[in-house]
Design a protein. Structure first.
Length: 294
């Protein structure tokens, strides 16, 4: 499949799944049920997950995903951020929404969504990334909220979820000019906290970095499975637990992280314990502006 067609097909899949999510993510819905639905639908439609679904609730901003035996469920009023990605031949569609469980959208949900649209309206060849970030900042602050400054949108490349250019959520004072043909994902995060994220202790998403000397037979076997199944894209501890058991997976991943064969993504939480919303689309930069495909 041609590169453009692969992006468009992956985007069509994520768009349809995203449209289903408000009817699925409800009070008492298990995180794990949502993960199985989304990742299963991606596969059923002829793609693969570009990364594990991120299910980040309230003050959790990113990189949370269920474990194989996860018991967590949604409660009324939760801000549930659902970040999903599909890939075909490594070409990635990345998109996210925020659902306030059991309640209508409020200003926090609207702020990130409106900031995303304002940013998309700015996209064109020659537009500076920091200026787009400034529009995101202005839109979110118009709601009396703050953008999360140390999270950004990003470029998309084959088998690379986060590449250049970085798409900041505020005006950093300097940026790069977008070019026709760039493939980017813009993802504003809004918060009623202090506007920064910090690492939590949990690590549930990982990615392969490079081959290193690995003496432990189990770790070698797990590393081979990672390289074969996920290439350089992020994967969930949960996915490996379905193959090796949770206990063996946790043990092997700790070994592989220590050996610098695998990178562990920390769950990210708002540093002031504020609630967070997120909205995201992937798009081509065209001569006429942005062609959104998610």
């Amino acid at each position: 499949m041609e590169e453009r067609d692969a992006y468009l097909k992956a985007g069509e899949i994520t768009r349809k799944i995203k449209g289903d999510l408000p009817d699925i993510a409800k009070i008492d819905t298990p995180y794990l049920d949502v993960a199985k639905y989304v990742e299963g639908k991606i596969i059923d439609n002829g793609a693969k997950p570009a990364f594990p679904i991120n299910i980040s609730v309230n003050n959790i901003s990113a990189h949370d995903t269920p474990t194989i035996d996860d018991k967590r469920t949604f409660s009324k009023g939760d801000y549930v951020k659902l970040d999903i990605g599909a890939q075909i031949d490594g070409f990635i569609a990345d998109t996210a929404i925020t659902i306030k469980i059991g309640e209508p959208d409020d200003d926090l949900v609207k702020a990130s969504r409106d900031a995303l649209q304002a940013a998309i309206d700015m996209v064109r060849p020659g537009a500076k990334t920091n200026e787009i970030g400034g529009v995101i900042d202005e839109t979110i602050r118009g709601y009396g909220l703050k953008p999360i400054e140390n999270l950004t949108g990003h470029g998309l490349e084959q088998y690379v979820c986060h590449s250049s250019p970085s798409m900041p959520n505020y005006d950093t004072g300097h940026g790069v000019a977008l070019r026709e043909g760039d493939v980017i994902a813009i993802e504003p995060f809004a918060t009623d906290g202090i506007g920064k994220v910090m690492d939590a202790e949990e690590h549930l998403i990982f990615k392969y970095i490079s081959d290193r000397p690995v003496r432990l037979p189990l770790a070698r076997k797990v590393l081979g499975t990672i390289k074969k199944n996920y290439n350089t894209l992020p994967f969930a501890q949960r996915w490996l637990s379905e193959i090796f058991t949770k206990r063996k997976t946790e043990f092997a991943l700790k070994y592989l992280v220590r050996s610098s064969s695998v990178y562990a993504f920390a769950v990210l939480k708002e540093a002031g314990n504020g609630s967070v919303s997120q909205a995201e689309h992937s798009m081509f930069v065209t001569a006429d502006g942005a062609e959104v495909f998610t």
